[in-house]
Write a protein that binds this ligand. Structure first.
Ligand code: SF4
Length: 538
């Protein structure tokens, strides 16, 4: 059967979709790029922001109207929206046939198979599996954690990936933090940590298949901590285990306890997977980034010195209302310690404006924080209340939308200044860049690059004209466009290099190449490939 799968939201969802795709492909399902050509349409949804949910509803509406007009197609919602809304979605959208929360994705093939059979037989049966098992089973045992099998049986297909050199590896699932605005603890359940051997093995297999960059994923990735010998499968292998309380990050392991910390896991992957050229991790919870992590980053050259460390607000009062668990001073202490130990570290953040009760003074404190920290970029969001969160239940959404918009725009402008300053420091340096995409822009328009994103994800849009200093030759027919190869430094800075044609740009994708940085803009660096040295004559 032909399947169309579209993913919304964060990197965790992208990985879930890749795993679902691999599992279904191994069972004979065929994936297509055109939803109209599919017999099964799946949307892997995100519930973190209202905007993402609206997009899904609009897609559901389109397929729904096709179904009313006689199209026979199975429509399924996967992920956090399916989990958060549960059966209410089926009542609101009768065109939806299947719901599957993020904690149930291992069961998707069975659900689909059942649905295919019942639909064929009865027309109109619908199936739903939502209600995350991992929060329900706080004393998770190895045998119950079938989700692990989805990661373990991963069939990474370089042929089927648009970026076959790059992959995500999940090290923790779920979250124990309960920030008051966030649905993740409810939709993805309690924090569960995968065994280190399974993670290292997955990295090794990916590198064997040509991957050169791996990003370790966790909602609070640096909370990774695995206590050996406490959770075993029936055949004696180590199994996923529920994360420890937050106090575990401040004390040494008890006598006789054998623990793999996040820093130890990073060091293990670096040492045991030597073919891996870049190792990244997102997202870090600021308070518990210890010196042990910074020491490993300093000692291991293939681990990227990049920290995505959301701050959310510069006001202690708002941080408390958000239940973030740190103060501004504690956040700054972590930043200062990181910069002291890793002078070339690159830091990105997330900020929410217009959280309930946020005053002009609170917002001014956030502006001061953005001026103080050399953020390479910040993902800035207007607060939107999410059903199922503490803030939705207890805090009135009392900041008017026009005030949120005003603050959002002010922070975007301020961050553009900060980013330009951070980027300017790189001019004149030669940096290794992993090229991953190709762009082309009309020559008559000025070059600019806009980045926007959610939960760590970035969309690039090329909008503008290049400067007139280009003297590179171009293929016939290319005279009116400038082709660019785009990539990222180890510190996750975007770099654009002008090239002669599309073929040259494509040839750079998936390769790490040195680039001389020649100019800095708010959203990217510009550079050129160093000229090869010419041997002296005679
Ligand atoms: S730490 Fe992140 S994922 Fe966890 S509740 Fe807070 S915002 Fe959500």
């Amino acid at each position: 059967m032909r399947v169309f799968l579209e993913t919304f939201g964060c990197q965790m969802n992208e990985l879930d979709s890749e795993l679902v795709r691999g599992r279904l492909a191994s069972l004979g399902y065929r994936f297509v790029d055109d939803p109209d050509a599919a017999e099964i349409v799946l949307f892997n949804t995100c519930a973190v922001r209202d905007h993402a949910e609206q997009k899904v509803r609009s897609r559901v509406g389109i397929v729904g109207s096709q179904k009313r007009n006689g199209r026979e197609v199975i429509l399924g919602l996967l992920g956090c929206m399916a989990e958060r809304e549960g059966l209410a979605i089926l009542q609101k959208h009768p065109q939806v046939d299947l719901l599957c929360g993020p904690g149930e994705l291992d069961r998707l093939p069975t659900l689909l198979e059942n649905l295919r059979r019942t639909t064929a037989a009865t027309r109109g049966e619908r199936v739903a599996l939502a209600g995350n098992r991992s929060r329900r089973t706080a004393t998770l045992t190895a045998a119950e954690d079938e989700l692990e099998s989805l990661d373990l049986s991963r069939s990474f297909d370089p042929e089927g990936s648009s970026r076959p050199w790059s992959a995500y590896v999940r090290i923790t699932r779920g979250c124990n933090k309960f920030c008051t605005y966030c649905v993740v603890p409810a939709t993805r359940g309690a924090e569960v940590h995968r065994p280190p051997d399974a993670i290292v093995e997955e990295c090794r297999r990916l590198v064997d298949r040509g991957v050169i960059e791996i990003t370790l994923l966790g909602q609070t990735v640096n909370h990774y901590r695995y206590t050996h010998g406490t959770a075993l499968t029936l055949d004696g292998r180590e199994a996923p285990q529920v994360g420890p309380g937050l106090g575990a990050f401040r004390k040494a392991p008890a006598a006789g306890e054998r623990v793999t910390t996040f820093a130890m896991l990073l060091a293990r992957i670096h040492e045991e997977v030597p073919g891996l050229e870049r190792l990244r991790f997102v997202t870090s919870y600021p308070r518990d980034l210890g010196d042990d992590v910074f020491d490993v980053l300093a000692a291991c050259p293939r681990i990227c010195r990049y920290l995505h460390m959301p701050v959310q607000s510069g006001s202690d009062r708002i941080l408390k209302a958000m239940n973030r668990g740190y103060t501004v001073a504690e956040y700054l202490e972590t930043v200062d310690r990181a910069i002291e130990r890793l002078p070339d570290v690159s830091i990105a953040g997330d900020v929410i404006v217009g959280f309930p009760t946020e005053t002009d003074e609170d917002f001014a404190a956030t502006e001061r924080l953005l001026r103080r920290v050399p953020f390479k970029n910040n993902f800035i969001f207007k607060y939107s209340p999410r059903p199922g969160t503490t803030a939705f239940d207890r805090l009135p959404d009392d900041v008017p939308d026009e005030v949120k918009r005003y603050r959002n725009n002010r922070l975007l402008a301020l961050q553009a200044e900060v980013s330009r300053d951070v980027h300017a420091r790189e001019v004149g340096r030669t940096l290794p860049v992993l090229f991953d995409r190709v762009g082309s822009i009309p020559l008559e328009r000025r070059s600019d690059m806009t980045a926007a994103g959610s939960g760590g994800g970035v969309e690039l849009r090329v909008a503008g004209r290049r400067t007139a200093d280009d003297s590179m030759p171009r293929a016939e027919g290319e005279a009116s466009r400038q082709w660019q190869a785009l990539g990222r430094t180890a510190g996750d800075l975007i770099v654009a290099v002008d090239v002669e044609d599309e073929i040259a740009a494509e040839a750079m994708r998936g390769r790490i190449l040195e680039v001389e940085v020649t100019a800095a803009e708010a959203l990217l660096l510009r550079g050129r490939r160093p000229m090869p040295a010419i041997a002296p004559i005679g």
